[in-house]
Design a protein around this ligand. Structure first.
Ligand code: SF4
Ligand code: SF4
Ligand code: SF4
Length: 269
């Protein structure tokens, strides 16, 4: 089974945003309407599944979902709306999404986005053009096809890792000797090589080498019992408050009123 992957070489990126435009056109995401809380109008959003951020020295760096080999977003989703595919893409089924947004909290890169503008919001992100690649509609993602400098290329993960190593070995003084995504968070299908450190451009230093689902799974198992406990506590509190209000207004609480038919006793109550 082929494993889809994308390798982005930041030394070749000119920041033209052709990749962004191509993705928006292919997926018909419409005009961007940035929300006030977005860090930048060009931040990832429900209508912008890939974007260009600025790294050290203003270097343009393309960002989008990393398609983690063991995705924390999928492990956090209680209904399996986000799921891994045999080809390595982390895909999304909007028909079963609850809109709970656990996936957004779980993603170590903070790359999932919510349709705040919709009455039936879904989580949106790059899906690695998975459905169109599998159906044969396209032979590579729109973003990689559109890149004029081949700064971002599509292929099989193993082949792209070899290509990344080849470029670093061929230009050892040009590149930092590191392939981002080879090991971070257990490995991702979106790989990077660069001549500048990418810690401030989508690869934060707090990332673990091992996968995140092992961390999130125990926490997610606590959600159902916690929900039931909190709901029971709230119901109890509501009953106590209601009872006190009725007593304060001189009305008998329902459970006492039901115990007697004597008007005098009811009077005392
Ligand atoms: S980068 Fe985030 S949204 Fe993408 S697969 Fe990994 S955990 Fe999921
Ligand atoms: S792989 Fe497809 S969905 Fe992802 S950024 Fe590129 S064009 Fe958009
Ligand atoms: S199309 Fe290529 S060169 Fe242009 S911003 Fe995207 S990755 Fe960089």
């Amino acid at each position: 089974m082929k494993s889809f992957a994308i390798l982005t070489d930041t030394t070749r990126c000119i920041g033209c945003e052709q990749c962004v435009v191509a993705c928006k056109q292919l997926n018909a995401t419409g005009e961007d309407a940035p929300w006030p809380w977005q860090g930048s109008p060009n931040d990832l959003s429900s209508t912008r599944w890939t974007t260009i951020v600025r790294g050290p020295h203003g270097r343009p760096v393309r960002v989008h979902c990393r398609h983690c080999l063991e995705p924390a977003c999928a492990s956090a989703c209680p209904v399996g709306a986000l799921h891994t595919t045999p080809q390595g893409a982390v895909a999304y089924d909007p028909t079963i999404c609850l809109g709970c947004r656990y996936c957004m909290i779980a993603c170590p890169f903070r790359f999932t986005r919510y349709e705040w503008e919709s009455n039936t919001p879904r989580v949106r992100k790059c899906i690695l053009c998975y459905d169109r690649l599998v159906s044969g509609e396209i032979s590579q993602p729109a973003c990689t096809a559109a890149c004029p400098t081949k700064a971002t290329i599509f292929g099989e993960r193993d082949a792209l890792l070899l290509e990344a190593r080849r470029r670093i070995e061929a230009n050892p003084h040009r590149y930092i000797h590191h392939i981002w995504g080879e090991h971070e968070v257990g490995g991702t299908s979106v790989l990077y090589i660069s001549d500048v450190d990418l810690a401030t451009a989508g690869w934060p230093t707090y990332l673990r080498k091992s996968s995140y689902p092992a961390l999130t799974r125990p926490a997610m198992h606590l959600v159902p019992p916690t929900f039931v406990t909190v709901a029971a506590a709230m119901a109890g509190l509501s009953w106590v408050i209601g009872r006190r209000q009725k007593l304060a207004q001189g009305e008998p609480p329902a459970e006492l009123a039901a115990t007697t038919d004597n008007p005098e006793e009811k009077e005392k109550l």
